[in-house]
Ligand binder design. Sequence first.
Ligand SMILES: Nc1ncnc2c1ncn2[C@@H]1O[C@H](COP(=O)(O)OP(=O)(O)OP(=O)(O)O)[C@@H](O)[C@H]1O
Ligand SMILES: [Mg+2]
Length: 246
Amino acid sequence: MLEARNLHKAFGQVRVTNDVSIAVEKGERRVVLGPNGAGKTTLFNILVGELSPTSGTIRLGGEDVTGHSVEARAKRGLARSYQKNNLFNDLTIRDNLALAIATATGAASRMGDTLRDPAIVERIEEVAARVNLRELLDQPVDSVSYGARRQLEVGLALATNPRVLLMDEPTSGVGPEMIRAFHDLLKSLPRDLTVLIIEHDMDLAFDVADQVTVLNYGEVVFEGTPGDTRESSLVNEIYLGGSVDA
Ligand SMILES: Nc1ncnc2c1ncn2[C@@H]1O[C@H](COP(=O)(O)OP(=O)(O)OP(=O)(O)O)[C@@H](O)[C@H]1O
Ligand SMILES: [Mg+2]
C-alpha cells in the first residue's frame, strides 16, 4: 500500500535520511521507533510530500507518487497528523474538521457549503465521536484541553477518510487516561486502513503494531515483529535502554 525505496535526504551537509526503504501492506499497523533526532518525522514528511527526497522513490497503492504534491497524495488517500498541533486555534473543533474535509476534497473556498452538506456534517459527527470530541464540537480550539487538541489533531487526519494514515507521536505529552483512550481508538479503526505511527509509549506501540521499524541516525537499523523488537539487543541498546524522552 505504501512503499518507499532507497530514500535519501540531506539538509546541507547533514544526512538525516540515509537509504531508507520501507514497505507497508494494506491494513498493516507499522510502528516507527527511534531516538530523538533519528529522522522519524523527516521520513513522514518525505512520505506525504512535504519534503522532497534527495533521491529514492515512493509508491502509494502501487502508483509512483514521488514527484506528486501533498494534495495529490492526499487525494489518493494519504493523510497524516502532526507531532506538534497543527490546528486553527480560534476556530471551533467542528470548523477545523470541516476545513480538513474541504481541503482534502478541494472545496476549501466553499467552507459554508461544506458545513451545510449533510454527508459532511455526518462525517464530522462520526469522526468527533471516534476521537471523543462530540461534546466539544462547537468549542473553539483554544478553549479545550491539550489532550483534546491532540485528539483533534488525529481527527483532522481521519476526517478525510484516508486509506493510509500516518500519525506522528499522537500521545506526546498526554496522561495515561488519554493514552488508553487513544489505544482504544487505534483498535477501533477499520482493519483495511493502513497505519504508520511514530509512538514512544512502548506498551501502546507493541500492542498495536504488526511490524516495527527502528530508525537510528537516519537509517533503518531494525525491522521485525513487536516480540522480535523487544528481544533485539541492538534495539535495546540504542533505544529501549537509552534515554528516551517520551
Ligand atoms: N528543516 C530542517 N533543516 C535542517 N535540519 C533538519 C530539518 N528538519 C530536521 N532536521 C534535522 O534532522 C534530524 C532528524 O529530525 P527529525 O525531526 O526527523 O527527528 P525525529 O526522529 O522525528 O526526532 P523526535 O523524536 O525528536 O521527534 C535532526 O537532527 C534534525 O535536527
Ligand atoms: Mg519527530
